[in-house]
Write a protein that binds this ligand. Structure first.
Ligand SMILES: [Zn+2]
Length: 209
């Protein structure tokens, strides 16, 4: 993509993104589980009242990261798998609530070859996220190993420093996007993480291309 990605500083997410994560957490953890992690993350204001389904700026990126951390500490070692499930559900809410924005209405996916479908959905996802928020910057590139989706503005790990990649939620969304478009499960691996000092959080969709 033509746009040069710069690291966003203090920035906020659009309401729909936080809403999708919260609905997804409720689907996976139940209402009580959701309320526990909302409290833990300092997001009591969303208990019984998720953000509206609109594109206005709402929660700060650090609050999204705090929510991710709260799910991780709730589940401990099982956190990675739960966050991937939450990421998958989050993508499905995105498609349900923002299909037009994502450019998915009336698209003849079935007419496209498999690899084109995967690239199409990741490009649409990146474009929708960037069109609705000037601080978001994402690239999708073809490599020999597969497609690489890189988010220079990943909010999952905002402000975190870790020894391992931690953006399982976003990895789950990328996996679900590719499954949604192709009907197949591809291996998705986080190959770089901002929390480990990388410029972007990068996800390799293995074997596509
Ligand atoms: Zn990240």
């Amino acid at each position: 993509m033509a746009r040069e990605c710069e690291e966003p500083k203090y920035w906020r997410l659009v309401n729909a993104i936080m809403r999708q994560a919260i609905l997804a957490i409720e689907e996976v953890m139940g209402t009580r589980g959701l309320n526990v992690v909302l409290r833990e993350a300092g997001l009591e204001r969303y208990i019984g009242s998720p953000p509206p389904d609109n594109l206005e700026l709402g929660a700060h990126a650090s609050e999204y990261a705090a929510l991710n951390q709260a799910v991780l500490s709730f589940y401990g070692r099982a956190g990675k798998g739960m966050l991937r499930r939450i990421g998958r559900a989050s993508f499905r809410y995105g498609v349900e609530e923002q299909a037009a924005l994502m450019g998915l209405v009336g698209v003849g996916l079935k007419l496209m070859p498999q690899k084109t479908r995967a690239r199409f959905i990741l490009n649409q996802m990146a474009k929708a996220l960037m069109d609705t928020n000037d601080d978001v910057c994402i690239t999708v590139e073809q490599t020999e190993q597969g497609l690489v989706y890189s988010d220079y503005s990943c909010a999952v790990c905002y402000g975190q420093q870790t020894a391992n990649p931690i953006c399982h939620l976003l990895g789950g969304s990328v996996s679900e996007a590719v499954r949604w478009a192709t009907g197949r499960d591809y291996q998705v691996r986080e190959i770089a993480c901002r929390a480990m000092g990388a410029r972007a959080c990068s996800f390799l969709v293995e074997g596509v291309g």
